[in-house]
Design a protein around this ligand. Sequence first.
Ligand SMILES: O=P(O)(O)OC[C@H]1O[C@H](O)[C@H](O)[C@@H](O)[C@@H]1O
Length: 543
Amino acid sequence: MPRLNHLSEWSALAKHRAELGEVHLRDLFAADADRGGRYSLQVGDLYLDYAKHLVTDETLSLLRELAAARGVNELRDAMFRGDKINFTEHRAVLHTALRAPRDAVVEVDGENVVPKVHAVLDRMAAFTDRVRSGEWTGFTGERITTIVNIGIGGSDLGPAMAYEALRAYTDRGLVFHFVSNVDPADLHEALVAADPARTLFIISSKTFTTIETITNATAARKWLVEALGDEAAVAKHFVAVSTNANEVAKFGIDTANMFEFWDWVGGRYSYDSAIGLSLMIALGPAGFRQMLDGFHLMDEHFRTAPPEQNAPLLLGLLGIWYRNFHDAQTHAVLPYSHYMSKFPAYLQQLDMESNGKSVARDGRPVDWDTGPVVWGTPGTNGQHAYYQLLHQGTMLVPADLIGFARPLTELGELAEQHDLLMANLFAQGQALAFGKPAEQVAAEGVAEAEVPHRTFHGNRPSTTILATELNPSVLGQLVALYEHKVFVQGAIWDIDSFDQWGVELGKVLAKRIEPALTEGAELPGLDSSTATLVARYRTKRGR
Ligand SMILES: O=P(O)(O)OC[C@H]1O[C@H](O)[C@H](O)[C@@H](O)[C@@H]1O
């Protein structure tokens, strides 16, 4: 297959981009009274409005032609089939099997993995029921009331994000902490008010060798054993989630208390696996299943919907349009929901660890840009902080505005504020797209010298995702939408979206540097900048 930028479909898009020039959304809307209706999709509970994008019918069809030329559908089918599309690690990529129904068949090396998936889900559900009912007690017979997930990256961000998003559906009698940082402050804050006799630790690590997680888990075990005065307490207060039974046993957790997953689940695609155990305890097995069904709904949509109606394909292609043909370097995700506060951070790993690559499948450097910086915080807070740059800065920042039509019933009378929240979402999409022309500003009587400062050029693209309400299924649909969007982009950029070699070097160097900090070990050949920092640190640390 020719390199991406040698494809005629690529050149056609570049030519089209030049021809479109600075066409304004005001004109695109004026020319088509039904643009808002035509440029929209409904998938499950998600309504996607993509009318406020700098695209025409021709742009969209050229983008779809690029996807076809890059074999996006073929690679998608290979992923769902269990082919080893993670080619640098020779692994299948089957997070979609984690949410497949019980009777589905997905084979890896000739073995159907779906029964294994459901066997673990069943064990998780049984354990969850025991913890929630109080049947599973701590070492001294007390009921478990605090659950601490210790994990990092994909073994933290998914459950932490989803717990926050779905708080209203959780057992409010249980307290949850998600400890990830090797900064001792993180564990300290989780334990400071916790009662050891009532605390359950879930040690979540695909490899069970991640230094931050093992360090925190070791400290937690020490805290527990010291408090309860018996090593035997570990069995009642520690469970593990991992693919690596040997390391779990070495750490001292009985593998009977281990929940398994597999090497064909990438870390950042893993929270539907046993990595979601803390979340399942929070939601209960039925809520967790609703979430998995939401994921599955989007999987099926992605797998079967025609290109014109395929939401992940569309979002992926729009991202390509801005990244590669408008030089947009970042992508903002702006949820208009307080509960979704951790969603952008979750997407950062999903997107940036997947597509922050610069080597193509053929081993040569890419000659095109790949993944953008993904960032964001909940609206409306961002409006009073960085939206200034979105509206009047010099960068083009495509944005996803995410909102929910119905407020949660739990909010009671407070739900009245929801309309104001959503009015802000709609207003921002409108302001970004259409701006406020100088003539309009001047007509309002603004002094001439101030007119340019108060003018909004507009033409800043956004997708609006309006979901019915925030619930487990809808969250699953949303996350899967982004997973598959990232997949589409990786396929087009011709990179391996499922490895993460870029995180390795720092880990190796940290291991080398640590003995220099603790024991003053020599570090031959250390650069003068790092050497000075190390020496200064030791002095200030009193060593
Ligand atoms: O689950 P673990 O093996 O502990 O890995 C935790 C995380 O750390 C790694 O360095 C990777 O960058 C992540 O993809 C992974 O999710």
